[in-house]
Design a protein around this ligand. Structure first.
Ligand SMILES: Nc1ncnc2c1ncn2[C@@H]1O[C@H](COP(=O)(O)OP(=O)(O)O)[C@@H](O)[C@H]1O
Ligand SMILES: [Mg+2]
Length: 321
C-alpha cells in the first residue's frame, strides 16, 4: 500500500528523564521517531504529570487505536497530546472540531485544480491513517454525531473506501486517534456539547484529566516568573499566592459556591504570572501589581464572582491592596 510514505521508518531511543523532565533513572528509555520526522509539533515548555504520562505510554505501547482525554477546560489536555508528540518526534495532525465540522473536513474532499480537473485532497484523519501518524480531534464532543460516526470503521481497523475516488484505505498499523473533551458534567461553559452515540463512544480508551498537582503547577508558574526576571525568592512567594488562589477557586467551584461561576485554570494562572511581571512599574488605582494583574488575567463574569475572587486572593496573600 502506502508504506513507502511512512513518516517514521526507524525508531530512536531517548532518555525519559531528559525528554520529559522526569525524576526517573537516566537509563530509563523510550523509543520515538528520528529528529527529522516531518509534521512533529514544536517542543514547548510543558510539565508532565507522571500519572498522565504513564497513561499515555501504556496507551502507546498497547497499540490501542483511540484515546480520549476528558476534563475541565484549560486543564492541559490539548497541550499534553501536542507535547507528548513533540517529545516522541511523532507526526500529529490537529483538527479543532465544532458543530460545523462535516465528515469531509475530517476525511478529505475533491478540490478544483487550475486546469479545471478535480483532485482528491486528504483531510487530517485519512492523511494520518494512510501514513500511520496521529490525529488529534480537539473538542471532540462539539462534533455532530453524524461526523463522529464517520470515524467508526477506521477506529475499528476496517478498510474504508473513499466514495469520490473508489480508493480503498486501510489504516497503517501506527495510526492513532486522540480526542479531547470538556466534561459534559462540568459546570464550565459546555453549551453545544453533544453526547456521541454508544457505538462511537465505546471505541475509546478514556482518561480523565484533572488540574496539575499543586507542586507542579507551582513549579511552572515560578519558572514563568523567573524567565521574566523575577528573583527566585520573589518568584516562590508570588507563585505560591497565584497557585493557592487558583486552587481555592477550584475548590469553591466544586463545592458549588454560587458566586464562583468558573474555576481559575492553569492557563489563567500562567497569564496572571506573565502580567504580574509586565505590570511591575504600573501602580494603577493604588493596587499592587499582583492585585491589578489578577483583574486583567482572570475575567469574572459577575460582580459577585469578582468580589469573591479578590476575597480569596486577599486571604491567601495577606495583601489588602
Ligand atoms: N503541565 C503544563 N505545563 C505547562 N503549561 C501547561 C500545562 N498544563 C497546561 N498548560 C498551559 O495551560 C494552557 C491550557 O492548556 P490546554 O492544553 O490548551 O488546555 P485544555 O486543552 O485542557 O483546554 C496552555 O497554554 C498550556 O500551555
Ligand atoms: Mg483544548
Amino acid at each position: 500500500m502506502h508504506n513507502n510514505q511512512l513518516p517514521v521508518r526507524e525508531l530512536v531511543k531517548r532518555s525519559l528523564a531528559a525528554e520529559f523532565s522526569l525524576d526517573v533513572p537516566p537509563e530509563a528509555m523510550f523509543e520515538g521517531g528520528p529528529d527529522d520526522t516531518p509534521d512533529v509539533p514544536a517542543k514547548k515548555f510543558y510539565a508532565f504529570e507522571r500519572a498522565r504520562l504513564k497513561d499515555l505510554m501504556v496507551f502507546w505501547d498497547a497499540k490501542e487505536p483511540a484515546l480520549k482525554l476528558i476534563g475541565d477546560p484549560a486543564a492541559g489536555k490539548t497541550s499534553l497530546i501536542e507535547q507528548f508528540h513533540a517529545r516522541m518526534r511523532w507526526p500529529l495532525y490537529l483538527m479543532s472540531c465544532s458543530s460545523d465540522t462535516q465528515p469531509y473536513h475530517l476525511n478529505g474532499q475533491l478540490m478544483p485544480q487550475l486546469d479545471g480537473s478535480l483532485k482528491w485532497v486528504d483531510g487530517p484523519v485519512i492523511k494520518a491513517a494512510r501514513i500511520g501518524a496521529s490525529v488529534l480531534l480537539d473538542e471532540y464532543n462539539t462534533l455532530a454525531p453524524s461526523s463522529a460516526t464517520s470515524l467508526n470503521a477506521l477506529l475499528e481497523g476496517y478498510s474504508i473506501t473513499i466514495p469520490e475516488t473508489g480508493e480503498v484505505i486501510k489504516a497503517a498499523p501506527t495510526f492513532r486517534v486522540f480526542a479531547t473533551e470538556n466534561s459534559i458534567h462540568s459546570r464550565v461553559a459546555v453549551a453545544g456539547r453533544n453526547v456521541q452515540d454508544a457505538a462511537n463512544d465505546e471505541r475509546w480508551m478514556v482518561v480523565e484529566v484533572d488540574y496539575l498537582r499543586p507542586e507542579l503547577e507551582l513549579a511552572i508558574v515560578k519558572e514563568t516568573l523567573m524567565k521574566r526576571g523575577t528573583t527566585e525568592a520573589d518568584a516562590q512567594l508570588v507563585a505560591d499566592i497565584i497557585v493557592k488562589t487558583a486552587i481555592q477557586t477550584r475548590t469553591l467551584y466544586r463545592q458549588e459556591d454560587p458566586s464562583i461561576e468558573k474555576p481559575m485554570s492553569t492557563r489563567v494562572a500562567l497569564r496572571w504570572a506573565r502580567l504580574q511581571c509586565a505590570y511591575q512599574s504600573v501602580r494603577a488605582q493604588n493596587l499592587s501589581p499582583l492585585h491589578y494583574s489578577l483583574s486583567r488575567a482572570f475575567h469574572t463574569p459577575s460582580p459577585a464572582m469578582r468580589a469573591k475572587t479578590f476575597e480569596v486572593f486577599k486571604s491567601v496573600s495577606g495583601l489588602d491592596h
